[in-house]
Write a protein of this length. Sequence first.
Lengths: 118, 115
Amino acid sequence: AQKITQTQPGMFVQEKEAVTLDCTYDTSDPSYGLFWYKQPSSGEMIFLIYQGSYDQQNATEGRYSLNFQKARKSANLVISASQLGDSAMYFCAMREGRNKAAGNKLTFGGGTRVLVKP
Amino acid sequence: EAGVAQSPRYKIIEKRQSVAFWCNPISGHATLYWYQQILGQGPKLLIQFQNNGVVDDSQLPKDRFSAERLKGVDSTLKIQPAKLEDSAVYLCASSHGQGAGQPQHFGDGTRLSIL
């Protein structure tokens, strides 16, 4: 079974509007972390935001916020006031905490490509 | 602070040849990762080092891939011999530790094309 699922292969969004990127995950580990990364066409992976499984509040970081619904095992990324520079691939990733031998390996989803239209 | 440095940026080789990639992590970061990202997919972990010891290499094709981090700082990843399916971007990442919320910081990657 896929551990991280991103069902939207691509999305268009109008500049200055908000966009929500879906991410669902599968784990039996009670301790885990969820990360979102941005990958522009240049290739580097840029860390955006983190949500821990025990965090009581949804994470926010500037224009990025995470809609964490633990019971549904979803961790959707919301980008507010989209900018042309937000055009990129976005990856959701999970770190499971129980297996110490695995360190903090990240398991990535397949990504969602976002294109911001002027 | 300087980011994760990787070289070369691009590499084109023929199948059955060998190739090596180099990574220098962020200063002070004890944990180093090598990921393989095939076109259209998310990155997949190949190997993780904690200082100069291997933490996880369960997805490293050990018959052809090898990696080392001898002095606990920079690292090399080698493929010998290369196959067509090895065409991918190889990403190096580092983190300060293995704490819960420690993000991994990535380099720009090496784009490998196998002819």
